[in-house]
Design a protein around this ligand. Structure first.
Ligand code: NAD
Ligand code: AHE
Ligand code: ZN
Length: 375
């Protein structure tokens, strides 16, 4: 039997920076290779705010933002074999088809199958949106669009998880927490005894700290311009704090002086290109590796003296912490259920979809890590 159009509530971004509007949205049934998901909980990530701001070259309006969520499969399109209605799932903005050049390389978690469609807000099969309001199409975002009671995603972008996991918590495993843990475990491969510097102590930076602690780092230096972050950061494994505002010297010099020549690994978790430079330049000569995690605005470029790399420093980046999404998100959920990784501790606020604009305001205040919305 052909699926039905569902009318439900969604937060629509009509224009950059204009408050999101809760609208009645029509969600078309899933087509071949697609899955329609009832979203139960979604968190907000800084990347949603970034695209909303209008600075993301891939940002299209009107759209439905959101990419850190959990829900239940409502229906499946033709050819979908790996999930069934009723399955508990986490939508994944980084797909994993297991068949493309990227997936088969064994060298990356990036997947090429649906990226050309998700980057322009449509579905792959007909390059159209499944969302509309009275016939007017509304763009998808990151292949997930979780600020909606129902969304349609590609089957290669759905991780099926243990139904015992509380969806109001594990929604965080859709982005920020895996990104930080994976930046340490998969991208940098931090060894025991290493000295680590983390720039930016939001959810992503704190997850880096947690990852570094489990990897056995000897010193974990947290750098943030908001000293209110330092108390919480201790609980995630940060051992020392530096507020660049307390120093006259450039922050890279402060860190080099603190560490007898620099750190073994640094992570930029802000999205600020001058901090990215500082993060590279505070690395130890000969081997220090810096990982870019933050997303910088359109038009921004990184720079440093090439001599920094000639003398052995390494500059890297990471997307979703290098995790293969469909394979490894379920594994992260199990680790959470076994209490091997934190998740609850990153949730500082709980609101509803109707309060989403308030949730975005909270994000810009110091006390907020993740705000989870009941959808
Ligand atoms: P957040 O806003 O919660 O955290 C950023 C932190 O940086 C805040 O604590 C802020 O006080 C601090 N900060 C700002 N300017 C600073 C400066 N000049 N020096 C030191 N600290 C400074 O954000 P988040 O949700 O943790 O995300 C962090 C970044 O990671 C964002 O850019 C986001 O878009 C990006 N991100 C990337 C990936 C990926 O796959 N690469 C995944 C998730 C998020
Ligand atoms: N559209 C942005 C790029 C945004 C970006 O880099 N996204 C990260 C995930 S951020 C999650 O909070 C990512 O995974 N990138 C790899 C990819 O395939 O998008 C821009 O600036 O163009
Ligand atoms: Zn995110």
């Amino acid at each position: 039997t052909p699926g039905q159009v569902i009318t439900c509530k969604a937060a629509v971004a009509w224009e950059p920076n204009k408050p999101l509007v809760i609208e009645d949205v029509q969600v078309a049934p899933p087509q071949v290779g697609e899955v329609r998901i009832k979203i139960l909980f979604t968190a907000l990530c800084h990347t949603d705010a970034y695209t909303w701001s209008g600075k993301d070259p891939e940002g299209l309006f009107p759209c439905i933002l959101g990419h850190e969520a959990a829900g239940v499969v409502e229906s499946i399109g033709e050819g979908v074999t790996e999930v069934q209605p009723g399955d508990h799932v986490i939508p994944c903005y980084q797909a994993e088809c297991r068949e493309c050049k990227f997936c088969k390389s064994g060298k990356t978690n990036l997947c090429g199958k649906v990226r050309s469609a998700t980057g322009v807000g449509v579905m792959l099969s007909d390059r159209k949106s499944r969302f509309s309001i009275n016939g007017k199409p509304i763009y998808h975002f990151m292949g997930t669009s979780t600020f909606s009671q129902y969304t349609v995603v590609h089957d290669v972008s759905v991780a099926k998880i243990d139904p015992k996991a509380p969806l109001e918590k594990v929604c965080l495993l859709g982005c920020g927490v895996p990104t930080g843990l994976g930046a340490v475990w998969n991208t940098a491969k931090v060894e025991s005894g290493s000295i680590v510097a983390i720039f930016g102590l939001g959810t992503v930076g704190l997850a880096v700290a947690e990852g570094a602690k489990t990897a056995g780092a000897s010193r974990i230096i947290g750098i943030d311009i908001d000293s209110k972050k330092f108390d919480t950061a201790k609980k995630f494994g940060v051992t020392e704090f530096v507020n660049p505002k307390d120093h006259e010297k450039p922050i890279q010099q402060v860190i080099v002086d603190l560490t007898d020549g620099g750190v073994d690994y640094s992570f930029e978790c802000i999205g600020n290109v001058s901090v990215m430079r500082a993060a590279l330049e505070c690395c130890h000569k000969g081997w220090g590796t810096s990982v870019i995690v933050g997303v910088a605005a359109s038009g921004q470029e990184i720079s440093t003296r090439p001599f920094q790399l000639v003398t052995g420093r390494v500059w890297k980046g990471t997307a979703f912490g290098g995790f293969k999404s469909r394979s490894q998100v379920p594994w992260l959920v199990e680790k959470y259920l076994k209490k091997e990784i934190k998740v609850d501790e990153y949730i500082t606020h709980n609101l509803t979809l109707g309060e989403i604009n308030e949730a975005f305001h909270l994000m810009h205040e110091g006390g907020c890590l993740r705000c989870v919305l009941k959808v």
